[in-house]
Structures are given as structure tokens and as C-alpha cells.
Design a protein around this ligand. Structure first.
Ligand SMILES: *Cc1c(COP(=O)(O)O)cnc(C)c1O
Length: 375
């Protein structure tokens, strides 16, 4: 048996005709960038997430960058963010001349509230120019946004939700991309809602911020394309990608549902293994399972054992943010330890996760993991 880690082929097979038709419509329309489908998609995504405004853009990294600029980030200001994420999250903070201070994670792989509060108080106590919190919904699970938003309001900070992996997740009745002052997401093919290239979106409930973001996305334009009122970016979404996303959004909920079935099967079978910690989804939360990530003993041995059986696995992430060479630049600004983050990189292992895994495939994966640990 050969299993794909993420299976975009099976997904494409399901909606091939719809996608082909959508693409030909765009080809005929001649509006290849920010065409009608982009506006349709923005409307649909705003409705889906419960946000007032959605602004599409070129990718998930730009989405965060533009969000930071829209909130007026300045050189030398401090931003609290998670130590355990994809590099892009902290990269844009650094690139804009601000200073990322890394917060530890808890067993959900998301930002630890106790450490967050501790670091807010410490930075404020030392009169540092702390301006905001950039949280991440890692592996599809929303962070504890109720409490992060409360801390942000209490301490006069902004909050950006990086939901590049979180789209489709929920916290109580609120969807990912609806938290904080601004939320961002990515449509990179392997993300929960992916297109066939690069794409991203920015969400907010503030008309003023939405207007500023629309300007930043197209070279700081004013009411007219050649009336430039801000220094901005070229970060527009291609119409073909929007048309693909519109078709994928139609089947998205059914995919998230199936991924939740797969996750439940994994968890049921693997939770009895004492060498394994299965992912935690706290009460009131639901995940869109961008990844199904275990913490395991004997990781490298397990990986090669599974590889021989045709089961691909991945390590998200092999390094914490503070451990990367690029961000070492900021080591003098870090406060205390990031214990879980540093421990978890040594044992995390992500299993194949997509909506087109069959029950048989999931069973086969579980059986082999059980066998490896002699269960
Ligand atoms: C993928 C990802 C991004 C960047 O998205 P791109 O579309 O690849 O630029 C940012 N943050 C997180 C957490 C991601 O997983």
C-alpha cells in the first residue's frame, strides 16, 4: 500500500469538471488578476468566517505582513508570538524592523496563556514598546482566542490571528479567521483550503482597516490606481486561483468532517500506546486538521519503519523559532525559557492527513504504529 501525506489528486478527481469549467470561464473573461471571482470569493469567505470584510492577497505571508503594516507597526516595537510555528509568522515581524519575543506553547501546540501574560507584564514592566500579539492556529486548531483577546484588550495591544493552518477550525461558535483585530490565512495548496498556486486572505471587522488593506495590496492606491497615497505592495490574487477556491469551498465542510473522522480513528487506536501523546482538542474547540501531529518516542526509528511500509510522515517543525539561525538575531530580547517548544521539536511527528484517506488506509497506518511499539 502506498499512502499520500496529503492527497490533492483524489480531491481533484472529485471536482475535476467543476474546476476545469471554472478555469475556462476565467480564461474567457480576460480578467486574470482581481477579477470578478476574486470579489465573489471575498464575499463568500467573509460570510463563511463571520467577518465583515475579507481582502484577498497573493499569499499567507503577505497577508500577515500587510496586517502588521495596517496596524501601524513601527521599527523597534515588540511583538509577542509563538515559538512553535512556520517561519513566515516571525519572519515578517523581523522584516518590518520589529522585534519578535517568543512565547512558549502548551500541549495544544498553540501559545501558552500563562507564558503570554508573564511576558506581557515583563515587557511592560521594563517599559518596552510592546504593541501586539501575533497568535497562530497551529495544525488547524484555533488558539485560545477568547483569552488572548481579553489579554490584548486589558493591556492595550492589538491581536492578529495567523490562521494559515487554522481555516475551518472553530472555537465555540466562532470560526477561525474571526478573532483579533485582523486575521490572515493562506491558500498554499497543502493548507486546509488550498488553491493551485499561491494565495492568501486578510479578515477584519473594521471598515477603516479594510480600506487601508485594500490600498496596501495594490501599491498603496487611493480611489484611483494611479493615485498612490501609501507605500504598499503588489499582493493581488489571481482570478484563476479565486475560481478554484470557490469550487473547493463548496466541498470544504465535507472535507473537514471527514478529516475529523480520520483524526478520531487515529486517536482511538493510538491513545493506548504509552510511548505516544495524541493531539489534544480541548472542549469547545474543533480542528480543521491541517496536520495530525503526535509526540512519539524513538521518532527516527518509527519514521523509517513506517516509510518501509509505504507510510509517509513529516516533522513539523524540526526547530523552534528561537533555534533558527535567522532569528538568533533577537536572542538578547528573549525572556525566560520556552520549555515545551524546545522539547516538542524533538518528538513531534505528523501522520498522513487528508479527507480522502480510506478507513482501510487509516487502519493500516495505525496497525503498523501499534506493531512498531509491540502492542
Ligand atoms: C503556510 C503558513 C504561512 C505562510 O503562508 P504562505 O501562503 O505560504 O505565504 C504563515 N503562517 C503559517 C502558520 C503557515 O503555516
Amino acid at each position: 500500500m502506498t499512502i499520500n501525506f496529503i492527497d490533492l489528486e483524489r480531491q481533484q478527481h472529485r471536482i475535476k469538471r467543476e474546476i476545469d469549467e471554472a478555469i475556462s470561464r476565467v480564461l474567457k473573461s480576460g480578467q486574470y488578476i482581481m477579477g470578478e471571482e476574486c470579489l465573489d470569493l471575498e464575499k463568500q469567505l467573509a460570510e463563511y468566517t463571520g467577518r465583515k470584510y475579507c481582502i484577498s492577497c497573493a499569499n499567507g505571508t503577505d497577508a500577515i505582513r500587510i496586517a502588521l503594516v495596517a496596524l501601524g507597526i513601527e521599527k523597534g516595537s515588540f511583538v509577542l508570538t509563538t515559538d512553535f510555528t512556520f517561519f513566515a509568522t516571525s519572519e515578517v515581524i523581523a522584516e518590518l524592523g520589529a522585534i519578535p519575543v517568543f512565547v512558549d506553547i502548551d500541549e495544544t501546540y498553540n501559545i501558552c496563556l500563562l507564558d503570554l501574560e508573564k511576558k506581557i507584564l515583563e515587557l511592560k514592566g521594563n517599559n518596552k514598546k510592546l504593541v501586539g500579539i501575533l497568535s497562530v492556529d497551529l495544525f488547524g486548531l484555533p488558539a485560545n482566542h477568547t483569552e488572548i483577546d481579553r489579554l490584548a484588550v486589558t493591556h492595550g495591544l492589538w491581536h492578529i490571528e495567523d490562521a494559515a493552518q487554522g481555516f475551518g477550525g472553530r472555537l465555540n461558535n466562532n470560526r477561525a479567521c474571526s478573532f483579533g483585530n485582523i486575521s490572515t490565512t493562506s491558500f498554499f495548496p497543502a493548507k486546509p483550503l488550498g488553491c493551485y498556486g499561491d494565495g492568501g486572505a486578510i479578515f477584519t471587522d473594521s471598515l477603516e482597516i479594510a480600506d487601508y488593506i485594500k490600498s496596501l495590496r495594490v501599491h498603496g492606491k487611493g480611489t484611483h490606481k494611479y493615485e498612490n497615497i501609501n507605500i504598499g505592495y503588489n499582493s493581488r490574487l489571481d482570478t484563476i486561483q479565486a475560481s478554484i477556491l470557490i469550487e473547493k469551498l463548496k466541498i470544504f465542510d465535507s472535507e473537514v468532517l471527514r478529516k475529523n473522522e480520520v483524526a478520531a480513528m487515529y486517536t482511538l487506536a493510538l491513545k493506548e500506546i504509552s510511548e505516544i501523546s495524541v493531539p489534544v482538542v480541548p472542549k469547545g474547540y474543533s480542528s480543521s486538521w491541517a496536520q495530525y501531529t503526535l509526540r512519539v518516542e524513538k521518532r527516527e526509528e518509527l519514521r523509517s519503519y513506517l516509510k518501509e511500509k509505504g507510510i509517509p510522515t513529516a516533522v513539523y517543525y524540526p526547530k523552534t523559532m528561537s533555534q533558527t539561525k535567522a532569528l538568533n538575531l533577537f536572542s538578547e530580547y528573549q525572556i525566560g525559557e520556552v520549555k515545551n517548544s524546545v522539547n516538542f521539536v524533538k518528538s513531534v511527528l505528523s501522520l498522513p492527513m487528508h479527507a480522502y484517506l480510506t478507513d482501510n488506509e487509516v487502519q493500516y497506518i495505525c496497525e503498523n504504529i501499534l506493531k512498531f511499539y509491540n502492542y
